[in-house]
Design a protein around this ligand. Structure first.
Ligand code: GRF
Length: 211
């Protein structure tokens, strides 16, 4: 049974979608620990309600980004985590973190990468950019995390139509529903070892998904 570590910074609805999917028996894995960089993150409450070990790790107390990330790595290692899931997690991962869990970290982003992603694109800002650009479709992306921001190999994507009367808020709600489908599916596929990473010379890494 694979051990999953989930990092949250906010309400944790994506965490909840994984919890629910595991409870429904869809995922051969268990959430070993939930970690947040925000003491007030409701995602921590969701873990407590499910008797899942949870911990707030303070960036401030850690003193530096590297110490902060080292503390998170220590917590993940202490629970023998095999897969790290960034579920609405907003802090930067250090190079050491990426190296410690190469190709074992996945992230959910609320747009069709490579659109509306990278530094500064998170939460509602993503959807404001999509609406302002007048796109006709948007969606969600699950990808592996590498040293860049939202640049890792894409695992799954799902689209949603953007209607003329859509606002950033209504689009956010439509995309969030897709996230709650995609993230548990990506976790399921990872646990079933169906995500084959194809690394070719001088080419972006790709993921071959065996369904
Ligand atoms: C949402 O904006 C979602 O699109 C992104 O993280 C934010 C919070 O999600 N992935 P959650 O409810 O905390 O999972």
């Amino acid at each position: 049974m694979l051990k999953i570590g989930v990092l949250v910074s906010g309400s944790g609805t994506n965490l909840q979608s994984i919890i629910d999917s595991i409870k429904a028996g869809h995922i051969q894995g268990e959430i070993a620990i939930v970690i947040s960089d925000k003491k007030s993150a409701f995602g921590l409450q969701r873990a407590i309600s499910e008797n899942i070990p949870s911990v707030f790790i303070s960036k401030k107390q850690a003193g530096s980004i590297d110490n902060f990330n080292a503390e998170i790595i220590r917590a993940l290692k202490s629970y023998s985590v095999d897969l790290v899931v960034l579920a609405g997690y907003l802090s930067i991962l250090s190079k050491e973190f990426i190296q410690a869990y190469r190709n074992q970290i996945i992230n959910i982003h609320p747009s069709l990468i490579p659109s509306f992603c990278g530094n500064g694109y998170y939460g509602l800002k993503v959807h404001e950019a999509a609406i302002n650009h007048g796109v006709k479709v948007s969606g969600a992306t699950v990808h592996f995390v590498d040293e860049g921001t939202d640049t890792g190999a894409i695992i799954l994507q799902k689209t949603v139509e953007v209607l003329p009367l859509d606002s950033a808020e209504t689009l956010q709600q439509k995309v969030l529903k897709l996230e709650h489908q995609l993230l548990p599916l990506a976790v399921k596929l990872f646990c079933e070892k169906k995500l084959n990473i194809i690394e070719l010379e001088n080419k972006p890494t790709k993921v071959l998904v065996l369904k």
